[in-house]
Ligand binder design. Structure first.
Ligand code: NAD
Ligand code: IPM
Ligand code: MN
Length: 352
């Protein structure tokens, strides 16, 4: 049966790395006999500039019938980030209950880590980020704008159901990996939400006796990512903590251009969305030098979720071989290839 994939390249290097992902997907599909159909949507800041909307009013309904969504990145100077993100990215995550943001980070052969003494295989961390609630709430506002009394208020929302389901996903992932889990917290701060987070995570731990877990304060945990990354395996974190940690774990492995993500609706009732962790990178857009690996690894996660394990591991192997050689990796990871050269190598490696 044909699997339908919605493709939203977005803005800046989102367009460049999504084009790389499409080229590689065609090669993987041909090699493994996959029946995939693609439909591309021009939803972006460029579209906003013309129509005043990031996606059409029925955008979510349009996506509803797809088996997966592949996204580049959205955001561009001239359109406020809160407009581009609340106009596309966040509504998709929420409408489709993509409550897990699965963000792996690994050190690869050939790619130098900025951390001393860290080599290939030393970092293998999975950040499980809560993806629909927490600090990213719509409740709050700006008050008294322009006055001396000006203020901004943001309410964080944590629900028992929301914490439970992301904790269950993280404990299950930890059980299938090394059996170790760290929960990021800030229960020593003057906040009401984190003691509740801790309590719910602790209650879920009882269902996973094989997993050894502990809570760590987010500040100390961030330091640990730099000082002792090999000691970490699965980290479960709230929306904002997980956002910050996943750029940090990516940077620790060499570049945020490597990092992949899957916004998962684990029940499969709605489409999941796959996207690199990085943004539209206006500072390098248009130069053809963006690292496509974050997008390509996201395709690996998509293939796994669509049930194509063999194709996924074939593609991951091709990505690893490209990273191993400076001639087929980009400048941000110490290579001298451009986006096109990496793409061509990976497409040939999976197609050959
Ligand atoms: P960014 O991730 O776009 O860039 C941060 C730095 O990393 C830049 O120096 C950039 O050149 C570099 N970088 C990022 N991806 C790279 C790659 N693949 N190869 C090589 N270098 C890479 O983050 P930012 O600058 O904070 O945000 C830029 C825009 O992207 C903003 O509008 C932001 O809101 C948006 N954004 C969107 C998403 C998304 O749609 N999922 C994610 C993050 C940021
Ligand atoms: C990410 C991004 C988004 C997030 C922004 C652009 C809203 O940084 O996917 O990591 O914070 O979720
Ligand atoms: Mn982020």
């Amino acid at each position: 049966m044909t699997q339908r994939i919605a493709v939203i390249p977005g803005d800046g290097i989102g367009v460049e790395v999504t084009s790389a992902a499409r080229t590689v997907l065609d090669a993987v599909a041909a090699r493994h006999g996959l029946d995939l159909a693609f439909q591309e949507f021009d939803w972006s800041c460029a579209r906003f500039a013309e129509t005043r909307e990031m996606m059409p009013e029925d955008g979510i309904d349009t996506l509803r019938g797809f088996d997966a969504i592949l996204l580049g990145a959205v955001g561009w100077p001239g359109v406020a980030d809160h407009v581009s993100l609340w106009g596309l990215l966040i509504p998709i995550r929420r409408a489709f209950h993509q409550f897990v943001n699965h963000r792996p980070a690994r050190t690869f052969a050939g790619v130098p880590s900025p951390l001393s003494g860290v080599g290939p295989g030393d970092i293998d961390i999975l950040v499980v980020r809560e993806n629909t609630e927490g600090e990213y709430s719509q409740i709050g506002g700006r008050f008294n704008q322009g006055l001396a009394e000006e203020a901004a208020v943001q309410e964080a929302i944590f629900t028992r159901q929301g914490i439970t389901r992301v904790a269950d996903y993280a404990f299950t992932a930890a059980r299938a990996r090394s059996g170790r889990l760290v929960s990021a917290t800030k229960s020593n701060g003057i906040v009401h939400t984190m003691p509740f987070w801790d309590e719910v995570v602790r209650s879920r731990a009882e269902a996973f006796p094989e997993v050894s877990w502990r809570s760590e304060h987010i500040d100390a945990l961030a330091a640990k990512v730099v000082l002792a990354p090999s000691s970490l395996d699965v980290i479960v974190a709230s929306n904002l903590f997980g956002d910050v940690l996943s750029d940090l774990t990516a940077a620790a492995t060499g570049s945020i251009g490597l990092a992949a993500s899957a916004n998962l609706n684990p029940s499969g009732e709605h489409p999941s969305m796959f996207e690199p962790v990085h943004g539209s990178a206006p500072d390098i857009a248009g130069r053809g030098i963006a690292n496509p690996v974050g997008a390509l690894w996201s395709v690996v996660l998509m293939l796994e979720q669509l049930g194509h394990a063999e194709a996924a591991s074939d593609l991951m192997g091709a990505i690893e071989r490209s990273l191993a050689d400076a001639a087929t990796r980009t400048g941000d990871v110490g290579g001298n290839a451009d986006t096109a050269a990496v793409t061509e190598f990976v497409a040939a490696a999976v197609g050959g």
